[in-house]
Structures are given as C-alpha cells and as structure tokens.
Design a protein around this ligand. Structure first.
Ligand SMILES: Nc1ncnc2c1ncn2[C@@H]1O[C@H](COP(=O)(O)OP(=O)(O)OP(=O)(O)O)[C@@H](O)[C@H]1O
Length: 261
C-alpha cells in the first residue's frame, strides 16, 4: 500500500501540490487527471523522490519514503520505476541493451559498465520484450523505432527493474491514438499480470477512463476527485478540465485495444 499524507510541494509562490492525502492499495491502476499545470507531474516526481516534498509524508508498506537517503533511496527508485513522455532511451544503443539498463541495480557495476550482461539478465530482458511482442526488435537501434515502440521498450526496461510501483508521467502525450492505446494496454497488462501498482498521469480523459480502474483528479494542486472511472460524470470532468475540456474529453471514446493475455 502506498500512502500520501498531506503531501505538498511549493515552488516559490506556487503551490504545485497542495496537501494531497491518498491511499493506493497494492496492485491498483490509478489514472491521475487534471488540466495542464494541475500538479500531476510534481505529484509523481515526489513519490519517486525526484522532487522533494515541502511537507507531508509518503509511506510505502508502512515505510517512510520521505526519510530515505543514499543507498536506501536508490533502492526505492529501482522499486518505483518512472516512465516519461519522451521515453528516455539511449537512441544509438540497441533495444535489448536499453532494456538491460533496467537491470543495472541487479548486477555488479563492472558488468553494467562493460555491458557484459549475465545470460540470465539477457533472458529476462528478452522475455520482457516478448511480453509486448517486440523480441524480434531486440537488435535494432532504439532510435529507429516508432514512438509507440520506444515507449513499450521503456515499459519493458521499467518491468525488468522488478518494481513494486510504476509511475508513468504522460506516457502517451506524444503518441498517435493507436500507439497511445497500445502503450496504455502495455501498462494495464503489467498491472494485471504482475500485480504492479501503476500511477499514470494522463491528459486524455477518454484513455484514463478506458484503462484505469480508479481516477484521481487534481485542480491547482488539490485533490478534487477520487473514485472509479464510472463515477466521473461529464459535468465533473468539465469542471476539472475547464477550458481544456474539449481537448481532454474527445467526441468519441477510444476503442480499447485488448490487453494481450
Ligand atoms: N521546477 C519547477 N519550478 C517552478 N515551478 C514549477 C516547477 N515544476 C512545476 N512547477 C509549477 O508547478 C505547477 C504544477 O506543475 P506540474 O508540471 O506538476 O503540472 P502538471 O499537471 O503535470 O502539468 P502538465 O500536464 O502541463 O505537465 C505549475 O504551475 C508549474 O509551473
């Protein structure tokens, strides 16, 4: 269980996240929604400790994450993988090596530096790629793949970290609708198959509704909605998104690409 207690982050006069209290049971897939600037990225970055809270606490399985330092903090970051909008792959390296980077804290440093990855780790990385039908791309340069494929490589890299939590910060913002659905399907599959807790920041309300069992809405840093996707009425969504409603709430719901078994 992940618990946020009065989590707050100020940047000068701006309160990006304002006293957010939230409990996420292990294995849940949560969509974090809200208009641009609502505080979604800051919230996720605090959970990973890329951004330090101004006040409040983060607990995971009862352990105070806010207090972690040094090696314990590095271990938490391995167990709490981040996925970013721009994939953050090494474009000149092949796909398999990019996925193996996720094993870096599971192998001795010299092996990672010399790229002499143990056979067992190569097998883990290949099987993660196979999970998303991408094993045949293992030898290709990551930079030569489409955006949707690159994001699925990033998800495979996160998966081989063996995390308990995955934080995805606008993972589909630069993708076309079909690839966005494939990437959301990949996140839903690892949530379902491995019981990994997923928190995903997502601008498109339609995608959030299609893939996330629970939605959490932020407005000016404050938690203003928390409930199942079905409980978010159109009127509530329009209040949450304000002038961006037309962009966030598409005319048609996206077709949900089935999650591979
Ligand atoms: N490093 C920073 N320095 C100063 N202000 C920041 C910083 N990071 C975020 N902010 C401010 O905090 C507020 C919340 O930003 P945040 O990026 O968390 O929102 P968001 O909901 O993720 O928005 P978007 O969807 O546009 O990424 C905004 O007003 C933003 O300008």
């Amino acid at each position: 269980m992940l618990e946020l207690q009065g989590l707050t982050r100020c940047f000068g006069a701006v309160t990006a996240v304002d006293a957010v209290t939230l409990t996420v049971p292990a294995g849940q897939m949560v969509g974090v929604i809200g208009r641009s600037g609502a505080g979604k990225s800051t919230l996720l970055r605090m959970i990973n400790r890329l951004t330090d809270p101004s006040s409040g606490r983060i607990l995971h399985r009862g352990r105070d994450i806010t207090a972690l330092r040094g090696p314990a903090l590095r271990r938490w970051r391995t167990g709490c993988a981040m996925i970013f909008q721009q994939f953050n792959l090494a474009p000149r390296l092949d796909v398999l090596t990019n996925v193996l980077v996720g094993r870096v804290n599971h192998v001795p440093a010299w092996r990672a530096l010399t790229r002499l990855w143990p056979e067992a780790d190569r097998a883990i990385a290949l099987s993660a790629l196979a999970q998303f039908d991408m094993a045949q791309l293992a030898a290709q340069r990551a930079g030569s793949l489409s955006g949707g494929q690159q994001q699925r490589v990033a998800i495979a890299r996160a998966l081989v970290q063996e995390p308990q939590v995955i934080l995805a910060d606008e993972p589909v913002a630069s993708l076309d609708p079909r690839n966005a659905a494939l990437v959301m399907g990949a996140l839903a599959a690892i949530n379902r198959d491995f019981g990994i807790t997923v928190l995903v920041n997502i601008h498109s309300l339609d995608l959030a509704r299609a893939y996330c069992e629970r939605l959490v809405g932020l407005d000016a840093g404050r938690l203003v909605f928390d409930g199942p996707a079905a409980a978010l009425t159109e009127a509530a969504a329009r209040r949450l998104y304000g002038l961006e409603a037309a962009e966030a709430v598409g005319a048609e719901a996206p077709s949900r690409i089935p999650v591979p078994a």
